[in-house]
Design a protein around this ligand. Structure first.
Ligand SMILES: [Zn+2]
Length: 276
């Protein structure tokens, strides 16, 4: 039976306070009992540390990173002015692994990878990512590479990264299916569920109400879609699979997590009984 998990896009109100973020994360996991937890810290810690100015979030669904007030880089030459951050006790990743984290979620902006082009990607993005993933190989049990958004072409470029698992939006039109990637790698594949059917650029409603596999008024219909997706995913990827979305799910999707749990329980029973 494949493992399964989901994570939410961002903890907009909790992310600025470590205690609030820990409380959110524990409550989420206690409620849904997923097979691994992704800690949803702010993706803006590093740009902010370099001087990017981002307004505070004022609603749980607000994505203030989409409304930068002051850019640190306004011209290409300003990249040359950046100096390494003085982070005490670096490297951070290894410290976290030694503190007891079982795995690492390594997010890459797949859309930006494509903009770099193959040569630029391999030289700047792949090489430094591989260095980090290699450095922690003996420190954790599970290194997962998340290829966020973008286009299918750049998924292939990442498949030889030193990691244990890949996650991308396999249900998105321009992306390779689980079966297509399974033909190229025997690593764990993570996906199968359409987590977000569309994009909103409105910073206060991004990720809300875009149709996805959790959407719809009829519980039985949602369950049927889910069951088909999970069965398709198992068929395509085999058992080295974690059922999940291609990125953080819609804020409202968690109202349907019990339906998803039901689907996974039924499929486990069917497989145990040899009916699948
Ligand atoms: Zn993502």
């Amino acid at each position: 039976m494949p493992c399964f998990t989901f994570w939410s896009p961002h903890c907009s109100l909790e992310e600025s306070n470590a205690k609030d973020l820990a409380y959110y994360t524990i409550a989420f996991q206690e409620a849904y009992q997923f097979d691994f937890i992704k800690i949803i810290e702010s993706g803006m810690y590093i740009p902010e540390a370099f001087g990017q100015v981002i307004p505070p979030n004022v609603t749980p669904s607000m994505q203030s990173w989409q409304s930068v007030e002051k850019w640190r880089i306004n011209h290409g030459k300003e990249w040359l002015q950046l100096r390494p951050l003085k982070v005490e006790d670096s490297p951070v990743f290894i410290r976290e692994m030694e503190a007891g984290a079982t795995g690492l979620f390594f997010g890459m902006q797949n859309g930006l990878n494509l903009k770099l082009g193959y040569e630029g990607y391999r030289k700047y993005e792949w090489a430094s990512s591989a260095r980090i993933l290699d450095a922690i190989k003996d420190k954790c049990k599970f290194r997962m590479v998340h290829l966020c958004n973008g286009d299918g072409e750049a998924i292939d470029w990442a498949l030889d990264l030193p990691c244990d698992a890949f996650n991308w939006a396999d249900q998105q039109d321009n992306m390779p299916s689980l079966g297509e990637v399974r033909a190229k790698t025997d690593k764990v594949l993570i996906g199968g569920i359409k987590h977000n059917g569309g994009k909103s650029l409105d910073r206060t409603t991004a990720y809300l109400h875009a149709p996805n596999d959790f959407s719809g008024a009829c519980r039985a219909d949602v369950k049927a879609v889910m069951k088909k997706r999970v069965e398709d995913a198992i068929e395509q990827a085999g058992n080295k699979l974690v059922i999940c979305g291609g990125c953080g799910v819609d804020m409202d999707a968690r109202r349907r997590f019990p339906v998803f749990q039901e689907v996974m329980d039924e499929i486990a029973e069917e497989r145990a009984a040899g009916r699948k």
